[in-house]
Write a protein that binds this ligand. Structure first.
Ligand SMILES: Cc1cc2nc3c(=O)[nH]c(=O)nc-3n(C[C@H](O)[C@H](O)[C@H](O)COP(=O)(O)O)c2cc1C
Length: 373
């Protein structure tokens, strides 16, 4: 029987499926629900020391529907948690009392001040949380206070902040990266050099969902106005996979042993398998839980186990990063194809590819199966 159990940064996950920071981990009630349903870990909604500065508006979501009605893209202009920090501390403590073996990760975000970062880490740590995710990636609202992605886009600031956090805790710390940057490796490298245990990628893509053609107002419309928000769900999966691939390659090259948590559009166990094949140790789900509910985890586990059984993989370690070696440069594709054509002509159409592994009909079969989803 294949197993989904995996140990990452010293934490033993019963399965790799983690509730991502957001509405599905917004209070003790729903976090409890997630553990009961069997999620491998929960990253709580991002907290800050002074929730009175966090003011949400409504509506704060806008959705993109496919022709059949399915939601494939989701914009939010929701901020981090607007619930008081003291309430959160009490809930972290009660959660760990109730689920001592459940992995509870606090997602934190603060202003660019050492004392604020040290205080938030130390007070969460005192409540028994198992690790931290540093939110360097919220694309809306908080950058106006130089928080979130305003920090995550600046490798030097990020390095300094991670240094403060590292002085305050020995627990696992993941830095959650913004995709709203050309080279995700630059801030991810700075965070790793400063000592984070791992990287989470990606947060939402900055977007404008659309414009109402009756009122001519952009969406979501709040008192007639809007602001760019964060794009999530199925539609962002290809971008997330690319950024996970780039981060995984960099970690393998420069920081072997550090971890990677992949997210962005995951809704099935097969989606998760793709992230793991491109180097993720764990995977996170946010919008998928908002669409399908907490019971989704059972289907995710069953699908991933079925994928593993189909390939006779006993553990995730056996296929983690397996597909990374098949990503190369365009120039290399041109070279391989030219060699393949020559060999094919020479052998009357039966030739092996230039690396001796791929046959012409394998390429055709593979592109057809990807096209069929
Ligand atoms: C409504 C909403 C609120 C979110 N709030 C947070 C947050 O507080 N902190 C955070 O790190 N990410 C937050 N996210 C981002 C998600 O954790 C995740 O990075 C992103 O949505 C991509 O994953 P998904 O496609 O599975 O949703 C939020 C996402 C949504 C849709």
């Amino acid at each position: 029987m294949p197993t989904l159990v995996t140990t990452v940064d010293g934490l033993k996950f019963p399965n790799p499926f983690i509730i991502a920071s957001g509405p599905p981990g917004t209070n003790l009630n729903v976090i409890t629900r997630a553990f009961r349903e069997g999620w491998g870990a929960v990253i709580a909604k991002t907290v800050s020391l002074d929730a009175s500065k966090v003011v949400n508006v409504s509506p704060r979501y806008a959705k993109l529907h496919a022709a059949g009605g399915e939601v494939i893209g989701w914009e939010n202009i929701e901020l981090i948690s607007d619930r008081p920090f003291e309430i959160w501390l009490d809930e972290f403590k009660r959660c760990k009392d109730q689920f001592p073996d459940g992995i509870l990760i606090a997602s934190v975000m603060e202003e660019y001040r050492k004392d604020a970062w040290v205080e938030i880490i130390e007070r969460c740590q005192a409540c028994g949380v198992d690790g931290f995710e540093l939110n360097f990636s919220c694309p809306h609202g908080l950058p106006e206070r130089k928080m979130g992605s305003a920090m995550g886009e600046e490798p030097e600031i990020l390095r300094e902040v991670v240094g403060w956090v590292r002085e305050a805790t020995r627990k696992p710390v993941w830095a959650k990266m913004t995709p709203n940057i050309t080279r995700i490796e630059d801030p991810a490298r700075a965070a790793l050099q400063a000592g984070v245990s791992g990287i989470s990628a990606i947060n939402t893509l900055r977007c404008v969902m659309g414009v109402d053609l009756e009122t001519l107002r952009p969406l979501p419309t709040v008192e007639g106005y809007s602001t760019p928000g964060g794009y999530s769900s199925k539609a962002i999966k290809p971008v997330a996979l690319r950024m996970v691939m780039e981060t995984a390659q960099m970690i393998r090259r420069e920081f072997p042993g550090r971890s990677l948590s992949g997210l962005g559009g995951i809704e099935t166990g097969r989606d998760a398998a793709e992230f793991i094949l491109l180097g993720a140790d764990t995977v996170q789900v946010c919008t998928g839980v908002m669409k399908f509910g907490y019971g989704l985890v059972q289907r995710l586990c069953d699908d991933l186990l079925a994928f593993m059984a189909g390939h006779q993989f006993e553990s995730m370690a056996e296929f983690k990063g397996r597909s990374l070696g098949f990503l190369t440069t365009h120039a290399d594709l041109v070279r391989r194809q030219a060699e393949h054509k020559v060999a094919r002509k020479r052998d009357g159409g039966k030739a092996l590819g230039s690396d001796g592994e791929w046959r012409g009909d394998d390429f055709v079969k593979q592109s057809a199966s990807l096209a069929n989803g």
